[in-house]
Design a protein around this ligand. Sequence first.
Ligand code: C5P
Length: 212
Amino acid sequence: MTFVITIDGPAGAGKGTLARALSHHYDLALLDTGLLYRSIGVQALEAGIPLDDETQLSRIAHTLAPKDLMRPDLRTHEANDASSKVAVFHKVREALLNFQREFAKNPPAGFQGTILDGRDTGTVICPDATVKFFVTAQVEIRAERRLKELQARGIKSIYSSVLQDMIERDLRDSQRSEAPLRSPEDALTLDTSTLTPEEVLKKAIAFIEMRR
Ligand code: C5P
């Protein structure tokens, strides 16, 4: 069976940072599943498709291509908001399911396995993953990190609106009926509020070595 790691958790908790570090450490192919929803949201905004038109949104989902995940505008405030709006729909999620499962099962040549990060990778996409993590942190700390990230990219932002956006997105992601954000039962929870990325990585590696 393919070696698969899943990392789920709310926005800004450090999933991406941990996923990248683990992918280097273990030579794993990485899929940031949030990019799929971001790309659908951005394409819908561009085409003037309402963010509640499930049928048209699922059409975009069915035609997603790798180049759509590399657009430079997938991390804007508009993309954040649109991604979690399109992610509530069953047909959209269904259209993305096979792609994610196939990626997880079949790492490209040269990789030792796969790592997926998102909201439902350990609960819905890969319930049989080798190792699962749930990465979280206090919302104020996550908002501060996101603010710094935005400022580093030259995007003017204020803390209160970043915090508000994050609270709204967390609510939408955890209260939706389709694949809500949950910690998988067999996941190790890592609260990164007071940990450095290196400390998080060390704990994650210790858990992986115990499990495989
Ligand atoms: O992880 P990221 O913040 O890029 O995800 C953007 C949005 O995509 C999330 O807020 C969530 O609504 C949606 N998402 C999801 N399931 C995933 C990954 C992301 O619903 N596996």
